[in-house]
Design a protein around this ligand. Structure first.
Ligand code: ZN
Length: 435
């Protein structure tokens, strides 16, 4: 398998303008609403970019002081934000025949062991970050491995590409094989060092990264909570209530906790910068708590279907929901592919997911939930010029479908259902072309 490697594009001009069909959101679209006032669609407009930031949009062609890039007839979206994905799992994507817990043992943990080697961590981070960009994802919340060097490699790779990246070294001090366990003291030391060196450096943020409750001792969970309490600007990422066998295991390991989520809540890990992956088997009390804390659930539809984990209840969620690939449990880094899967998950629940809710969860919705709405997720003046240009259709089937679309939602929904990374025409990060 090979991915697009970084090409050396021309340095970005200081002032440039991009022509295309501009689509983003000014608010959260209501569930099920096909004609939504939250959608901002400017067909055949120019987006103005200066020093890596968006400075305006207009219908008429800008004057000759702007370098012009003409993408007329193509779709321009904010770069996608993947809120839950594992760098070291590219090599186990599409692994046969397991559910979550045996999938971890049989495929994931052996693959993650190799990241103890700094050269493997660096090479893995490079391939992973280039693959994200080649999929139209310009910002991500990423799991490294337990090894400090794997988080370093991701931070350094993202810095070199100018990407908005949130990651951290994985905490796991039990129920994992040799070579994948840390201990409380060493883990704390590694976290503090990584936070000092990378957190809030450029577009990087640190996430206190608990793999999931079963692989951390109560002492390690308490340490993770203390790190979050000491610095409210830190993110937290973990998994919760993905699979029924996992939920039962957590109940046996933590008999004092009211629920799986309560294991995290007791130590202060559920806060407004917490990204909780999956959340399929949460009860009503847990859902209210996530909303009260201002945390978000990263919905991972392709992973949930592939591992047979369950059908996420999106329509009734009282909390923020963002969209995530969860590769390697998920089967594609492409967020359009994951949007298509998200529609199918809701269809199995008797619900209908609009293209607007799906697209919003991968752009503005994720940005707001991460408290980064000022920087990413939209095409407004002041935001970073993290942009992707997409072909409305690739191939004769999609072209025929696109030509038959009568109104905007129909057209974007067909695009979301049929598109993948092959539709990506160009990807810009902070105004600089990367794909
Ligand atoms: Zn995951």
């Amino acid at each position: 398998m090979s991915f697009t490697t970084q090409k050396n594009f021309e340095p970005a001009p200081r002032r440039w303008a991009l022509r295309g069909d501009l689509l983003d959101f000014t608010a959260a679209p209501a569930w099920g609403e096909v004609a939504s006032a939250a959608v901002r669609f400017d067909r055949d407009h120019w987006l103005l970019i200066e020093d890596g930031r968006i400075v305006g949009r207009q219908a008429h062609e800008p004057d000759a002081s702007w370098v012009r890039k003409d993408h007329a007839g193509q779709l321009v979206l904010p770069g996608f934000i993947d809120t839950h994905v594992h760098c070291p799992q590219l090599e186990v994507i599409g692994s046969y025949g397991t559910e979550l817990l045996d999938w971890l043992e049989r495929y994931t943990f052996p693959s993650e062991c190799a990241f103890a080697d700094p050269a493997r961590s660096r090479a893995g981070a490079e391939v992973f970050l280039d693959a994200l960009l080649a999929s139209g994802t310009t910002a991500a919340v990423v799991f490294a491995t337990v090894h400090k060097v794997s988080a370093e490699a991701l931070f350094q790779g993202a810095m070199a590409r100018g990407m908005r990246l949130i990651t951290g070294k994985v905490l796991m001090d039990r129920h994992a094989p040799d070579g994948l366990r840390d201990d409380v003291t060493r883990a704390e030391r590694d976290c503090v060092d990584l936070i000092q060196r990378f957190h809030c450096q450029g577009r990087l943020s640190y996430a206190v990264t608990v793999r999931f409750a079963p692989t951390s001792t109560p002492e390690q969970l308490a340490m993770a909570g203390a790190l979050c309490r000491a610095d409210a600007s830190l993110y937290m990422q973990t998994h919760v209530a993905e699979n029924r066998a996992e939920v039962e295991w957590v109940a046996r390991l933590f008999p004092e906790a009211r629920s799986y989520l309560d294991v995290y809540e007791r130590v202060g890990l559920v806060h407004e910068r917490a990204v909780l992956a999956h959340g399929i088997w949460l009860d009503a009390q847990d859902k209210v708590l996530i909303a009260e804390r201002g945390a978000q659930v990263a919905h991972c539809p392709s992973s949930n279907l592939f591992l047979g984990s369950g059908l996420f209840d999106w329509s009734a969620a009282p909390f923020n929901v963002s969209l995530a690939s969860d590769v390697g449990g998920g089967t594609s880094l492409s967020l359009p592919r994951n949007m298509g899967d998200a529609y199918k998950v809701q269809a199995l629940r008797g619900q209908r997911l609009t293209a607007w809710t799906a697209l919003h969860a991968a752009t503005r919705g994720a940005a707001e939930a991460l408290q980064l709405g000022h920087e990413i997720g939209g095409l407004s003046a002041g935001q970073a010029a993290d942009l992707c240009v997409w072909d409305w259709a690739q191939g004769p089937v999609a072209a025929a479908r696109d030509a038959a679309a009568r109104e905007l939602h129909e057209r974007v929904f067909a695009w979301m259902t049929l598109a993948d990374e092959r539709n990506l025409a160009a990807c810009y990060v902070a105004g600089r072309q990367r794909v």
